[in-house]
Write a protein that binds this ligand. Structure first.
Ligand SMILES: N=CN[C@@H](CCC(=O)O)C(=O)O
Ligand SMILES: [Zn+2]
Length: 425
């Protein structure tokens, strides 16, 4: 019997549904379900069919999209970005080339602090227009859900301004935005000698952030010259008591022990982890805190040592990957490039990489039940790729392989001609 639906994707060479009951940890990250010669049915913004093409004959769709034998996957989830900020920092590239370290630029009042100044000076409209431009680019790269941190205000007014911009964009833009309060991103020059007083001011802001529904998570930069592990523990415990989920910029540059702290506090994720200790890795595996690895940042900071993803996976931890999109240490919206770095530098297997940017990424930002999978009944957030199979995306690096992006059943990005599929057929 004929069943009327809104959209039917036909002629899918490989369909990755990424169906998973929960977070994928350790060896589970190798699991991947591939349906060949598949079709995907969508109605009212939800997936109504994901299976073999020959079993989809009874669907009558308002719109049919021929995927030309290409790959179809869930929309990608980027679980760590600094989306809303003023200005840009291209002038820092020359300093980096001269060998000036990232933390030294910050110490001189540049780095994060220069973006703080630009963000304080920008109007909400200017910030929104700029962030919207970056969101459009993210969608074009296949990202349909993104986390966005504040942290370029370091004062009440500007932190709230950033978070309100993100909240409004979440309502207006097709992409789903999950907000994190990162008021503890750096010590402002006004509080240089009084980091504890500064953290107390940020704690005072938390009730307001909660009441206005401006953030679900609270994050802190635990790093040499920024906040100590002890300060981070006290700060995050207060945030946890107020009902926020936790995240930590942990062991990005110096191995201070932020990874252990994330596990100890039951954080949703510990992010960066380049200097994570053996003890920290063990703690991640035991605690269920997701290891959020940001290889684009290591690449852009010109480091040779990357986070020990293999050891984390082998210890049984769940790994996710993110762009860390920000104006200083990782100015890119291209999560596909991050997938290539994960293959080449982190030695992650393609199956692990796909689990990292879908299932685990969604869980890292509290969207495990909605995003990152194409099971019947879930949101139809879908990417149609100009690529013949899932191995192809990390392999052919540095370019955009997206053909079409569908968000909650609506086409939100279309490249038009399927260049790769044409040349690959
Ligand atoms: N390390 C701290 N925060 C960002 C960088 C922010 C910036 O440099 O503007 C990060 O995750 O890399
Ligand atoms: Zn970050």
């Amino acid at each position: 019997m004929t069943q009327k639906i809104d959209v039917l994707l036909t002629n899918i060479g490989q369909l990755l549904t990424m169906e998973s009951e929960g977070i994928r940890k350790g060896s589970e990250m190798k699991a991947i379900e591939v349906i060949e010669n598949a079709a995907l049915g969508i109605s009212d913004g939800k997936v109504v069919y994901a299976g073999k093409m020959e079993e989809a004959k009874d669907f009558k769709a308002d719109r049919t999209i021929d995927c030309e034998g290409g790959l179809v996957t869930p929309g990608l989830v980027d679980p760590h970005t600094h989306l809303v900020f003023g200005g840009s920092r291209e002038h820092e590239l020359a300093l980096k080339q001269q060998g000036v370290p990232y933390l030294e630029i910050l110490k001189r009042g540049g780095g994060i602090l220069s973006t703080v100044e630009a963000t304080r000076n920008a109007t909400a409209e200017e910030l929104s227009e700029k962030a919207s431009f970056h969101l459009d680019r993210m969608i074009s790269y296949g990202i349909t859900t993104v986390e966005a941190k504040s942290g370029y205000g370091l004062d009440r007014e500007t932190e709230l301004k950033q978070l309100r911009v993100a909240k409004k964009l979440n309502e207006q833009h097709p992409i789903d935005i999950v907000s994190t309060f990162l008021g503890a991103h750096a010590i402002p020059t006004t509080h240089k000698e009084e980091p504890d007083r500064f953290l107390a001011e940020m704690v005072d802001l938390l009730d307001e952030v909660k009441e206005e529904g401006l953030a679900e998570f609270v994050d802190i930069f635990t790093e040499t010259g920024v906040f100590t592990v002890e300060q981070s523990r006290r700060y995050l415990q207060k945030a946890k008591d107020k009902g926020f989920g936790l995240k930590i910029h942990a062991d990005e540059i110096d191995p201070l022990g932020g990874t252990e702290l994330a596990g100890e506090l039951g954080a949703a994720s510990a992010d960066h982890l380049v200097g994570a200790s053996d003890k920290g890795i063990k703690k991640l595996a035991e605690s269920g805190t997701i290891a959020s690895i940001l290889p684009g940042t290591t690449f852009y900071l010109g480091k040779d040592t990357y986070a020990r993803a293999r050891e984390m996976i082998e210890a049984g931890a769940a790994v996710t990957l993110a762009t860390d999109f920000n104006p200083g240490s990782s100015p890119t919206e291209n999560l596909q490039f991050i997938m290539s770095l994960a293959a080449l530098r982190l030695k992650m297997a393609p199956e692990e990489i796909w689990n990292a940017v879908t299932v685990n990424a969604a869980h890292a930002i509290g969207r495990g039940e909605e995003a990152g999978q194409l099971a019947v009944g879930r949101n139809a957030d879908v990417v149609i790729w100009d690529a013949p199979n899932y191995l192809y995306i990390p392999y052919h690096y540095g370019v955009n392989h997206v053909n079409t992006v569908i968000k909650k059943g609506k086409v939100v990005f279309e490249r038009g001609q399927s260049l790769e599929a044409v040349s690959l057929s």
